[in-house]
Design a protein around this ligand. Structure first.
Ligand code: DP6
Length: 321
């Protein structure tokens, strides 16, 4: 029986996606731009099993049920439909970082699954096509197919903006909890769109912030990138908070405070936060060591994962018989 193994890295949005233009096909309401991170990895195997009656998913060593299984099966169903197959699959996926805690495990998870599944079912698609399949499960996953800096537009199409070495950027992921997040990003977005008095403002400013981030990357202007990244993150979280959707904890605020202290001391350093309590600190390689040391000493920070722009999702092994 055929199988496929793929690896993918999470990506961190510098210009955030928050809000859906269409639920069907999972099309974002705003353009987003991210950096794919080396140093954190999801590895996923898909093995076809002609004798099996159902698909199974083992996630980080445990049998997955509920939402995680449903979402994985939905993606494999779309791949099966394209391949004209009804053979069931055994999916095994492992993250070397906390799953479902706002560390973008859905992005790397669905990217790796889409790639491994298309390979196992014998589909020969280009990266943009596989990215679209993954986007329907989690829009941010479409960006993890591309190395370095990647954009996702409001037609749901992702592409590379710049290679990993475009900037000497480092992303210090300050982990503040190992547990799953309270509100998933999909429901957080839906509640924001429904209840936030600031949702329309977010939709109006997000494309401008995206343009700013894209220009900063093209011109290799790290300070402009950092300022725009903070504008995007705080506008997104502000819109969400006004709808009662809050992801920050005391540790989140403490890291933000420490980054501001470093900035007052003259370091170019910025923050961004996703749908969870962790803080991703954006800094240049020349300041990485000092910055990491300071972040490690912040109360509530469990550990700091040091990452840099990395490669897009790829197949690492393939067997067919
Ligand atoms: C805050 O891609 O997880 O990380 O498409 O509903 O699965 P769904 O959402 P998801 O949302 C990511 C939100 C974010 C910002 C971003 O990555 O752009």
């Amino acid at each position: 029986m055929s199988s496929g193994r793929a690896i993918a890295h999470p990506n961190i949005a510098i210009a955030k996606y928050w809000g859906k233009k269409a639920i069907s096909g999972n099309i974002p309401a705003v353009p987003s731009l991210s950096v794919t991170l080396a140093g954190m990895t999801t590895t996923t195997d898909v093995e076809l099993d002609a004798a099996a009656k159902i698909d199974t998913l083992v996630l980080d060593g445990e049998d997955a049920r509920g939402d995680a299984l449903t979402r994985a099966v939905a993606l494999v169903d779309r791949v099966r439909m394209r391949a004209g197959s009804n053979v069931r699959a055994r999916i095994t996926s492992t993250n070397d970082f906390p799953t479902a805690s706002g560390l973008a495990s859905s992005a790397s998870g669905f990217a790796a699954l889409a790639l491994a599944a298309t390979r196992a079912y014998g589909l020969d698609l280009d990266a943009a096509d596989v990215a679209s399949l993954a986007r329907e499960s989690s829009a941010s996953a479409a960006r993890s197919f591309f190395s370095g800096f990647a954009a996702l537009d409001t037609d749901g199409v992702a592409h590379q903006v710049a290679p990993p070495d475009q900037l000497d950027l480092r992303v210090l992921v300050c982990v503040t909890s190992e547990g799953p997040k309270a509100v998933g990003s999909t429901s957080g977005m839906i509640v924001t769109a429904k209840n936030s008095p600031f949702h329309a403002t977010w939709l109006a400013i997000a494309p401008r912030i995206f343009d700013d981030v894209e220009a900063a990357i093209r011109t290799k202007d790290f300070e402009r990138l950092g300022v725009a990244a903070e504008a995007s993150a705080f506008a997104m979280h502000g819109a969400a908070l006004a709808a009662g959707v809050s992801y920050f904890t005391d540790a989140t605020h403490a890291v933000i405070g420490e980054v501001r202290a470093l900035r007052n001391e003259g370091m170019l350093v910025f923050v961004t936060m996703d749908a969870g309590p962790h803080v991703k600190v954006l800094v240049l390689e020349s300041d990485r060591a000092k910055c990491a040391e300071r972040m490690e000493s912040v109360p509530g920070v469990l550990r700091v994962i040091q990452t840099r722009p990395g490669e897009g999702a790829k197949i690492v092994e393939e067997t067919a018989s």
